[in-house]
Design a protein around this ligand. Structure first.
Ligand code: BDR
Length: 315
């Protein structure tokens, strides 16, 4: 199996990602690290531990990480993920605690100890990853690839042009893009397309198996009929990025220059993706030249990933 470490801000769709990752036979989840994002970092730790217990994966080490972005203040997404970050489903508190070391230390330890290069899957603001890369640059020698959920080629969600994870900590995302390892950007363009059909959500919700019922409740937590939010239910969200690790053939990517807009103002946090067929009228921008090309997801086989996720969970 592929050794993976998930860095998350659990989070409704982070939970869907964890439930899938720990059950997929081709993935070996060696650790899960937590960062502030969808909710505060202690809430993220609690949610992550609870989800792993539901998944029967209570032995995977979980570490607490950054409690705020590098420069930006803490801003959660309770309007999307509920006050507790997990759709306010009233889940039980976890029975265990995170490990004694922090996220950066656990990431370093697990990456360097892995007999095979590790694939990192950040589904959250990139604060932990930036701190890791700046504190322990030697880890890159044992990183196979970083597949991150973040950014957008076209439209944002936190702002008209910025996706939440990158907008939350733009400087950290900029550090990631200079990591010097292969990077896949699983951005909003594909993220929002992978939807589980209503009949499957209903089947999961009716299951007697806690893991499946939790998955169903999470998928259904923003019912447009009752929430007034027009976002369709059933979104796999972050889980799609883990599907892309397990089954990369379901994703269409193109190697492209990507730069994060760091200037204050309406474009802050935008991932500027250069899709021009050849350099334009001006010189390539300095920042973009420094960044290696990123494998940017431009299309996704929706049915394939929905089927993969469902069969893995229900199998
Ligand atoms: C991302 O932000 C969060 O709300 C989701 O969990 C996902 O990681 C989407 O912009």
């Amino acid at each position: 199996p592929i050794p993976v470490i998930i860095d998350c801000d659990t989070g409704v769709d982070d939970a869907l990602a964890l439930l899938f990752a720990v059950r997929h036979p081709g993935l070996d989840v060696r650790a899960v690290t937590c960062v502030a994002g969808n909710t505060d970092v202690d809430g993220v730790v609690r949610n992550t531990l609870t989800v792993l217990e539901h998944a029967g994966a209570g032995d995977i080490p979980v570490a607490r990480g950054a409690e705020r972005p590098l420069i930006e203040p803490v801003r959660t997404a309770s309007h999307v993920h509920g006050q507790d970050g997990m759709g306010d489903l009233g889940l039980p508190a976890p029975t265990r605690r995170p490990v004694d070391v922090d996220a950066v230390a656990l990431l370093r330890r697990e990456i360097l100890a892995s007999p095979r290069p590790v694939t990192l899957v950040p589904t959250a603001p990139l604060t932990n990853i930036a701190l890791l890369l700046r504190t322990h640059p030697e880890v890159t020698r044992n990183i196979e690839r970083i597949v991150f959920m973040g950014g957008a080629v076209t439209t944002g969600n936190a702002t008209p042009v910025a996706e939440f994870n990158v907008w939350h900590d733009p400087e950290a995302a900029a550090v990631l893009l200079t990591a010097g390892v292969p990077i896949t950007m699983y951005g909003l363009d594909v993220f929002k397309r992978v939807l589980v059909p209503a009949a499957d959500v209903a089947r999961l919700r009716a299951s007697a198996e806690p893991r499946l019922r939790l998955a169903g409740e999470l998928l259904a937590h923003r019912d447009p009929a009752t929430s007034g939010d027009p976002t369709p239910t059933g979104g796999l969200g972050d889980a799609g990025a883990v599907c892309a690790v397990a089954d990369p053939a379901g994703l269409t990517t193109e190697p492209l220059p990507v730069e994060v807009s760091l200037a204050p103002g309406p474009a802050r946090g935008q991932t500027v993706v250069d899709r021009r067929p050849r350099p334009g009228e001006s010189e390539i921008h300095e920042g973009a030249r420094e960044n290696a090309l990123v494998d940017v997801a431009l299309d996704v086989d929706v049915e394939r990933y929905v089927k993969l996720w469902l069969t893995t969970l229900e199998g």
